[in-house]
Write a protein that binds this ligand. Structure first.
Ligand SMILES: C[S@@+](CC[C@H](N)C(=O)[O-])C[C@H]1O[C@@H](n2cnc3c(N)ncnc32)[C@H](O)[C@@H]1O
Length: 237
């Protein structure tokens, strides 16, 4: 595992562990981020165009997508159980607002089952870190965006080695201790949060990667209190 790739065996193990987080996913995230996660999701929503054709890559159990209003929404995830949980959650919220039902697709960022130039925007929340080939996932995101379309990604922040050490310590101690009490074992699936964070690159590494994959106007913002980064870029017109 490094800042660009995750090997086949590690990725398969990571998927098993991500699936095991489903029942407590939102609860642990709220605690792990000191309640900040909903604000961060709002910040992502505010950066996306309204009422557009939007793809969320790595929708998980639907924690972000359930609050996306209007437009045409596509939710993609490689884990069937994530989609099984996300679909009723997202579509009942959409129905209550009078929005059209979202479309759910099993797949990975690295091999998007969509036509070229088919989305106004693509977003990925707390999933980019888990992509097994980040360059390929970004180049696929660029391919499916229409010219001028926008990509927004959010994931835990790592500004430099020292900041990365503090982030690792936070996950290894505080988040791990909370997960241990819920699962009643030291061998809980949130251990993989620390693992993928350890090999994750810095905010700047991925600004460079987005530019190298062909995005324009790339920028990144580390959000207060330094726990997450939002990256943005667009497909050239
Ligand atoms: C931590 S969850 C994030 C869920 C949701 N986006 C949120 O805002 O909380 C990460 C999701 O990314 C998915 N994922 C992992 N690797 C992926 C890949 N290569 N392509 C697309 N999704 C992936 C996982 O299956 C998981 O459901």
């Amino acid at each position: 595992m490094d800042s660009e790739r995750i090997g086949d065996e590690d990725w398969a193990e990571l998927q098993r562990n991500l699936e095991a987080t489903i029942p407590v996913y939102d609860r642990v995230n709220r605690i792990a981020t000191l309640g900040q996660v909903s604000k961060w999701r709002r910040m992502v929503r505010d950066r996306l165009p309204r009422n557009c054709r939007l793809l969320e890559i790595g929708c998980g159990p639907g924690s972000f997508a359930e609050d996306v209003e209007g437009g045409e929404l596509f939710c993609l995830d490689p884990i069937p159980e994530m989609i099984r949980v996300a679909e009723p959650r997202i579509n009942s919220s959409r129905e209550s607002r009078g929005d059209s039902a979202a479309t759910f697709v099993k797949g990975t960022a690295e091999d998007l089952p969509f036509e070229d130039d088919s989305f106004d925007a693509v977003c990925s929340l707390f999933s980019f870190r888990d992509w097994y080939d980040k360059r390929r996932g970004l180049s696929e995101s660029l391919r499916v965006l229409r010219p001028g379309g926008k990509l927004v990604i959010i994931d835990p922040a790592k500004m430099n080695r020292f900041h990365g050490f503090l982030g690792w310590l936070w996950m290894r101690t505080y988040v791990s201790a909370y997960a241990r009490t819920i699962y009643r074992t030291g061998d809980h699936p949130w251990k993989w949060l620390t693992k993928t964070y350890s090999s994750f690159g810095t905010t700047r590494d991925y600004v460079k990667m987005l530019e190298e994959q062909g995005f324009t106007g790339v920028k990144a913002k580390v959000i207060f209190p330094g726990m997450a980064t939002i990256w943005e870029g667009a497909k050239p017109e």
